[in-house]
Design a protein. Structure first.
Length: 158
């Protein structure tokens, strides 16, 4: 953590907001590079990041409903999903930039497949494939803790 982040956290804690500091830190995990996969310039292979959370399944997005955020195009299945994302992108953006949550927990990055995902506490985590997803789900609480720590450094090196 840099000095500014430490001081901001200390100020929040001093004001009685320990939970607020950790929530803010979690929200920042949507920062950093974004996985574009086989479709350069298009986030998470063109899948609708909002649909994972609202519908519980991968849904392909459309160029008809796209939005540029973090220097990449995000695609959505509907105008409604696009509006939700535009209003609060960090709420819907996948954790760790859409890179494999298991890989990030283990100190590296890897591509992801659209059907290998988990939503935990309304946050989207993507995985390399279904086999890795099943490994990740065995101890996802610990993997999230490890991934949260590792992403800070990994997001600067990607």
């Amino acid at each position: 953590m840099n000095r500014r982040g430490f001081l901001a956290g200390a100020a929040v804690i001093a004001a009685g907001g320990v939970g607020a500091y950790f929530w803010t830190a979690r929200e920042s995990l949507a920062s950093g590079p974004v996985f574009t996969g086989n479709t350069p310039g298009i986030a998470i292979n063109g899948y609708d990041t909002v649909a994972y959370i609202t519908e519980g399944k991968p849904v392909e997005g459309s160029s008809d409903h796209s939005h540029k955020w973090k220097d990449v195009e995000w695609r959505f299945a509907s105008a409604e999903n696009k509006a939700l994302f535009v209003a609060n992108p960090q709420k819907y953006a996948p954790q760790y930039g859409g890179f494999c949550a298991y890989a990030v927990a283990n100190g590296s990055t890897a591509k992801t497949e659209p059907d290998a995902f988990t939503v935990v506490d309304k946050k989207l985590y993507l995985n390399y494939d279904k086999n890795i997803q099943s490994r990740w789900e065995r101890d996802k609480v610990q993997y999230i803790k490890d991934g949260d720590k590792n992403w800070i450094a990994l997001s600067k090196s990607e």
